[in-house]
Design a protein around this ligand. Structure first.
Ligand SMILES: *Cc1c(COP(=O)(O)O)cnc(C)c1O
Length: 367
C-alpha cells in the first residue's frame, strides 16, 4: 500500500482534525479490512445482503430495521425519496420529480448547513423541496408549525457541530410538531457517536455516517421503522442507483458496527491534557483542553496562537503544518484557535505532530 501512496504522489497524511471526509474518513481496523477482503473474494445475492445488513444496523441502533447507504449524504436523499414515493414503483422511477405527491421538507434555517455539500441539495436530489423556516440564529416550534401544509412530507433536523447551536428549536419540539400533524421526522446525525440515542428520541428516520464515529469504510446508514426502511431500500431501483453500496463496503460496515458496539468510547481527556502540557511551552502558544461543540464525549487540545510571538497567525500555522502533511482542526482559525482531535491520531503520529510544531515554532526538533 505504501508503494501505491508513493506512485500516486499522495503520501499518507497525519490527521489531527477529526473524522474528516477530506482526509479519507476513518483509518480501518485490521478486522474491517479483513471483512472487506472476504467480501471481495465471493459473489453474493445483493438484495439478501442489503436486507441482512439492514438487520445488523437495526441491532446496533435499537431500531426495527435499517438501510445501508454510501454515506450520510445519500442517506438524506434516500430518506426523502422514500417518504415521497414509498414503494410505489412508478413514483420511485419518476423521482426526483415528485409529481403530485407531497414533497416539502421543512428544516430550521440554522440547520441548513454545508457539510462538504449543502444539506438542502441532498433533499432536492431525493425529490424534496427544502423549506427553511425562521432565521439563521432563531427558529421556534411556531416557525415549524406555521410552515406545515398539505404539501409537507417531513421535518428534517440536523444534529451536528456544523449547525447553529443556539436559538434553535429542540429535537423534542420538532418531533412534537411533526407528530401532531402525522408527519415523520428525519434526523441527520451523521457524525454522532451514540447510535441508540437518536432513534430513542422518537425520530422516525435517523441517518448516520459509517465512516465517521463508527470507524467503518466510506458508507452510511438509515435506521427506523420497518415500513420506512423497506421504502428506503426500494429507492435503489430509482434515484439511489448511482449511490449503490458495494459488497466490500457492506461487509466492512457490518464489521465496524460489531467492533464499535464493544469499543470503549471517550476517555480522551487525560491524553489531551498530557499533550496540552507538552505543547504549552512553545513560543506564542497557549493550550487548554476543550469539550466538543456539539456535546459529544470528545475532548481536544486547543492551541491559541499569539501571532506576535509565534511569528504567524493560526491560519498561517495550520497552512504550514498542512504543507508538511499534518492537518489540525481549523474551524476556529479566524479567532486564533486550532484544535487537535485525538480520535484519528495514533501515539506515533502524535509524537510526529509535536516534533513538526516544535520545529516550526522554535526551530528545534528534539522536544
Ligand atoms: C459528514 C456529514 C454528512 C455527510 O456524510 P457522508 O457520510 O460523508 O456522506 C451529512 N451531514 C452532516 C451533518 C455531516 O456532518
Amino acid at each position: 500500500m505504501q508503494s501505491l501512496h508513493h506512485d500516486l504522489g499522495t503520501p499518507p497524511a497525519i490527521n489531527a482534525s477529526g473524522k474528516m471526509t477530506a482526509l479519507g474518513g476513518s483509518v480501518l481496523s485490521e478486522g474491517v479490512v479483513a471483512a472487506m477482503g472476504e467480501a471481495a473474494r465471493h459473489h453474493v445475492v445483493m438484495d439478501d445482503l442489503m436486507a441482512a445488513v439492514g438487520r445488523e444496523i437495526a441491532r446496533a441502533t435499537g431500531t426495527e430495521d435499517g438501510c445501508p447507504t454510501t454515506g450520510a449524504a445519500s442517506g438524506i436523499a434516500i430518506a426523502v425519496a422514500a417518504l415521497i414515493a414509498g414503494t410505489d414503483v412508478s413514483r420511485i422511477e419518476a423521482l426526483p420529480d415528485p409529481g403530485d405527491a407531497p414533497c416539502e421538507v421543512i428544516l430550521p434555517r440554522g440547520h441548513s448547513v454545508h457539510f462538504g455539500a449543502p444539506v438542502r441539495q441532498m433533499v432536492a436530489l431525493g425529490g424534496g423541496r427544502p423549506v427553511e423556516v425562521g432565521s439563521a440564529n432563531k427558529v421556534t416550534a411556531a416557525h415549524l408549525a406555521g410552515a406545515v401544509g398539505p404539501r409537507t412530507v417531513a421535518l428534517l433536523y440536523v444534529q451536528s457541530h456544523h449547525a447553529v447551536q443556539k436559538g434553535m428549536v429542540s429535537l423534542a419540539e420538532t418531533i412534537e410538531v411533526a407528530h401532531a400533524h402525522d408527519l415523520p421526522v428525519i434526523v441527520d446525525a451523521a457524525a454522532e457517536e451514540d447510535l441508540r440515542h437518536w432513534p430513542a428520541t422518537g425520530a422516525d428516520l435517523v441517518i448516520y455516517s459509517g465512516g465517521k464515529a463508527v470507524g467503518g469504510p466510506t458508507s452510511g446508514m438509515i435506521c427506523g421503522g420497518a415500513a420506512h426502511m423497506a421504502a428506503c431500500r426500494a429507492q435503489y431501483g430509482g434515484i439511489a442507483r448511482p449511490m449503490k453500496v458495494g459488497k466490500e463496503t457492506l461487509f466492512g460496515l457490518v464489521q465496524a458496527l460489531r467492533e464499535y458496539g464493544t469499543a470503549p468510547s471517550g476517555g480522551h481527556r487525560p491524553r489531551m491534557e498530557k499533550l496540552a502540557a507538552r505543547l504549552a511551552g512553545l513560543p506564542g502558544i497557549t493550550t487548554r483542553v476543550v469539550g466538543d461543540e456539539a456535546g459529544r464525549d470528545i475532548h481536544r487540545t486547543e492551541l491559541t496562537v499569539d501571532p506576535d510571538t509565534a511569528g504567524r497567525d493560526a491560519a498561517g500555522l495550520a497552512a504550514e503544518l498542512a504543507a508538511s502533511g499534518v492537518y489540525l482542526r481549523d474551524h476556529h482559525a479566524a479567532t486564533g484557535r486550532l484544535t487537535i482531535d485525538p480520535r484519528p491520531l495514533n501515539p506515533d503520529e502524535e509524537d510526529q505532530l509535536v516534533r513538526r510544531l516544535t520545529a516550526l515554532l522554535d526551530g528545534e526538533t528534539n522536544r
